[in-house]
Design a protein around this ligand. Sequence first.
Ligand SMILES: Cc1ncc(COP(=O)(O)O)c(C=O)c1O
Length: 413
Amino acid sequence: MADWKKIRNDFPALKRTIDGHSPVYLDSACMALKPQQVIDAMNEYYERYPACGGRSIHTFGQEVSEAYDRSREVFAAFINAKSPHECIWTRNASESINIVARSVKLPKGSKIVTTSLEHHSGSLPFVERARRDGLRVEVVKARPDGTFDIESWKDAIDNDTRMISVVHSSNVTGTVAPLDTIVELAHDRGALVLSDDAQYAPHHPMDVQSSDVDFSAISIHKMCGPSGMGLLYGKAELLDEMDMFLTGGDTVADVRFENGQIIPEYLPPPEKFEAGLQNYAGAIGAGAAAEYLQSIGMQEIEKHEKALLSKALQELLNMENVHIIGTQDTEIRTGLVTFTVDTVESAHDVATFLDTEFGVMVRSGWHCAGPFHYQLGIDPKHGSVRASFYVYNNANDLDRFLTGLRQLIRVSS
Ligand SMILES: Cc1ncc(COP(=O)(O)O)c(C=O)c1O
């Protein structure tokens, strides 16, 4: 059984006092706080061997290469990839998705399927690919509660479909998509599936072999890792055949100069997709983050967040003038809740009140999910409010958030 009090203590940012309060941080779906263990791992790099890996064969260089490779192995184990070579470090989930959208082979006449629930980073890279290559994009409409009708997936995935980009766990509704069914339908038709795991990987056990997805995009800064770190998982054979994304230093086994021409011979993945000097501290911190979450246990994390989520849903449901976006079924939800408040026009006003009056930090806006806000008839300018929970949150955090919201509704009614 995890010791949640001790876990909370691992996060230095929560030891601050702001206006006499310890902060209540409910914006982990955007960026998770960092535990001391991750900060220490990165500091160790900066203090002891802040050099370049791969290219430099000296002592510091070797230490960097070892730590960098070890982190990749840790991360590969975290998502249960067959090999660390299927794991590419990126700057964020958006970059991971862009690599696939730009570089995956899609024949003429291909159809790409995505959903109305996607984060802009899940849909736009494919919308642009389609525009560039004259391909078709079909959008599966989510239900207003963030769930999907399987029939609409059956209708959308046809013999022309070659690529599917689907948000595994929504950053608006928190709903978990029926990935197994989507993968099965897609593979039956010879289509590939990219799972946007930006919100799923931080909160649930990951197993890319059992889910059989072809690609997975992960946002490491949402899972206690350093800011500006992401990961792309791809099946080895697909990464092998994909076009280059960025080229340059460290992507090549040889570059010849023959008959006045420069002729590159590229390395296999992951190096093929990691051009230039890498974010070594970031990758080392990413490995430390995966180890940290594993030391708690992903199933424990899931249970902890579900308990907070259930209580939040129950209380918000009973609040007049509050409208929850998303199903009440916590079995298919990740630990976040998004809502609107009738008595306050803009979600930013709700967030500002909670922050300044109660020291509660929530997210407000359209959460990079314009299409779903339009589908629900919510003016993206007014947006919605999102409270998201993670390993360091507790019942007191939830109480302070609910007390603040009740007071806001009282004074604004
Ligand atoms: C569902 C989802 N997909 C993709 C992204 C983009 O992630 P990143 O900021 O790592 O690029 C986010 C970020 O909030 C997200 O919530």
